[in-house]
Design a protein around this ligand. Structure first.
Ligand SMILES: Nc1ncnc2c1ncn2[C@@H]1O[C@H](COP(=O)(O)OP(=O)(O)O)[C@@H](O)[C@H]1O
Ligand SMILES: [Mg+2]
Length: 243
């Protein structure tokens, strides 16, 4: 093999994306790049357009522009097809199957996978990663605490063997001690090679964990860069960190 300089290929490349609801534009000229095995934070106030961007990437909403993941053009794909390609969303509010057990919720995450042995191994991995879920395998998901439900939603997403896991408002309404555990899990899975797009209203929290970040305001990206740099940015501090 010839010696080539190492070029870092993006995992996800989003260019000039626009989207909205029923002809009403919300997202405008969105550009975003995510590299393999990094945690990228997408932050902004309530109503900035973060969830709309996730739903656009998941191909739930019609869009214009370019969305390429791993060399595949996602724009013409259906939401099932992008899920099969490894783009998995953990939705805001968890959206668990409340009347199903924890274990059945996790197995639902793997419904597309045919390798039973690998699925069984991943189930064990999830129970090792989330001991609380292991103790509650047969409990109905809807009867658990908010933190346990978020663990279940994240584990269900991971059971799909994602290439890119997008988590919408992971910390919302949860106790700091639980949020800290979940952030630890994100670092672990990132180190195992899963790429994470972390969407948060809690700007400080997300930027403290992420490698890089994007700040959204009224449907546009207004700041981006290494997370540490964004936390130190005077404008970001004034607008979001109350400093
Ligand atoms: N289903 C919808 N129909 C019409 N407008 C919507 C819908 N969902 C969100 N919006 C609007 O899109 C904008 C962005 O919302 P959203 O993406 O949910 O923001 P965020 O996730 O950052 O809080 C808001 O102005 C919101 O009112
Ligand atoms: Mg949202």
């Amino acid at each position: 093999m010839s010696a080539k300089p190492a070029v870092r290929e993006p995992l996800l490349d989003v260019r000039a994306v626009g989207a909205g609801y029923g002809g009403m534009p919300v997202l405008q000229d969105i550009a975003l790049t995510i590299y393999p095995a990094e945690i990228v934070a997408l932050v902004g106030s309530n109503g900035a357009g973060k969830t709309t961007l996730l739903r656009t990437l998941s191909r739930v909403l019609p869009a214009t522009g370019g969305i390429v993941m791993n060399g595949h053009d996602l724009l013409p794909m259906t939401s099932d097809q992008v899920f099969a390609a490894g783009l998995v969303q953990v939705p805001e509010g968890r959206q668990l199957f409340d009347r199903m057990s924890v274990q059945d919720n996790l197995l639902m995450g793997a419904y597309r996978r045919t390798d039973k042995a690998a699925v069984a191994r991943d189930l064990d991995r999830m129970y090792a990663m989330f001991p609380r879920l292991s103790e509650r395998r047969q409990q109905l998901a809807g009867s658990m605490s908010g933190g346990e439900q978020q663990m279940c939603a994240m584990a269900r997403g991971l059971m799909a063997a994602p290439v890119l896991l997008m988590i919408d408002e992971m910390s919302l309404g949860l106790a700091p001690v639980i949020v800290e555990q979940l952030m630890g899990v994100l670092s672990t899975i990132r180190d195992e090679g899963v790429t994470v797009l972390l969407v948060e209203q809690d700007v400080n929290l997300a930027l403290s964990t992420a490698d890089r970040g994007y700040v959204m305001e009224t449907g546009r990206i207004v700041h981006s860069g290494p997370a540490k740099q964004l936390i130190d940015d005077p404008e970001v501090r004034r607008a979001y960190l109350g400093l």
